[in-house]
Design a binder for this molecule. Sequence first.
Ligand SMILES: Nc1ncnc2c1ncn2[C@@H]1O[C@H](COP(=O)(O)OP(=O)(O)OP(=O)(O)O)[C@@H](O)[C@H]1O
Length: 484
Amino acid sequence: MPELPWVEKYRPRRLSEIVNQEDAIEKVKSWIEKWLHGNPPKKKALLLAGPPGSGKTTTVYALANEYNFEVIELNASDERTYEKIARYVQAAYTMDILGKRRKLIFLDEADNIEPSGAREIAKLIDRARNPIIMAANKYWEVPKEIRDKAELVEYKRLGVRDVMNALIRILKREGITVPKDILYEIAKRSSGDLRAAINDLQTVVVGGYEDAKQVLAYRDVEKTVFQALGLVFGSDNVKRAKMATWNLDMTPDEFLMWVDENIPHMYLKPEEMAKAYEAISKADIYLGRAQRTGNYSLWKYAIDMMTAGVAVAGTKKRGFAKFYPPNTLKMLAESKEERSLRDSIIKKIMREMHMSKLEAIETMKIIRTIFENNLDLAAHFTVFLGLSEKEVEFLAGKENAGTIWGKALALRRKLKLTKREEEKVEEKVEEEIEEETEEETEEEEIEEEFKEEIKGKEEKKKEEKPKEKKKGKQVTLFDFLGKK
Ligand SMILES: Nc1ncnc2c1ncn2[C@@H]1O[C@H](COP(=O)(O)OP(=O)(O)OP(=O)(O)O)[C@@H](O)[C@H]1O
């Protein structure tokens, strides 16, 4: 299973560990100390401005850690920011397990504050009884009213050398080495964005050096595509969503793959997921038609469906959104073991749900979301698909895997599977994993095998399988959800 992202694992906890931003740190420290000595600074807000991944957010959390503040993190693009700041600027101490702590308000992406709300936020800054720190990449895009109220702290762009040193430090702590030329390539591509560099390094280490060049190439694309996905999944506003593909250096069918991949991570309810999928399948139809007829004016409709159509499908996850690259690209970053687990799960879905490979891949994405969010339903799937413990871990992550596995065992007992039958299922699973890792079956062969199976082999297999299995026709996820 993927481990903790290195950007979090190695995020400096102390101000002294932040590299090459000494002047900025000094300024921040003397400002916060004024608050603590009962003499709030004239300017009650700080504005940390500088390139992405240069240490702004890290400074805020290290500061809070050292001076015992509770960070209230808000995002300027959240429509309710004003309301939230108003709630917290006047708030007093809080008591929690860490003792008595003051609040520190951290407003990220201050360059996204709507001009219409800026004056109100500026007034709140004047009345603040708690320190407010804002961060922005583009100082000049922060509304003037806010700039005037805040003390500016500039962050430098980190150089290739700084980035390489930071990467080497991480590798030392991990006890691994990576060829210097790859490190240099990563550092150069990052343009001083240490977050991007650390993510690249982790991807390359996990995925192996052979694919490093390919992985790094798609990282370049990722920067803009993530912003585009943010527009599609970040609001219910049709106009904003339609802007997603502007400035995007990608064809509509490529972007469609990214939207497709992220639907199950962003929508909470199966019926809303279904609506979003419906929108992209319409988009897909328009794209196909444009391709066949050469009438590329149809692209506009396709783009509207895959942006606005998806945006309005329902209630999306709030807060920090983590986006994922399309399967094919992501697979490059997976280890061999992960790849073989993925394949064996896909085969089980094909077998148990009578699906084609493509459908099974799609279904696995949804199942993965279920495993991350609904442990009971995940246990049902574990039994239904006959998953192994490792496969459960692959789908659910280390943290939840144990619970799901326990629930699945209890469920199996409840379904009155005899010990013998249980062993048979486990043996079968193990055998299959072995077979699958040993022999590389050709894709057509698998398709053939399953076509045949759908046609006439159900009867023969029936005796060997647990009772609750549905046979003969394709089982959709929604059948399964409905049955539960
Ligand atoms: N100056 C630095 N010293 C040490 N680590 C750093 C520094 N800058 C960035 N990092 C590393 O990069 C990651 C991202 O940094 P951070 O979140 O502070 O960036 P940021 O400046 O807030 O970026 P953004 O503007 O994109 O939000 C952190 O987890 C940290 O590990």
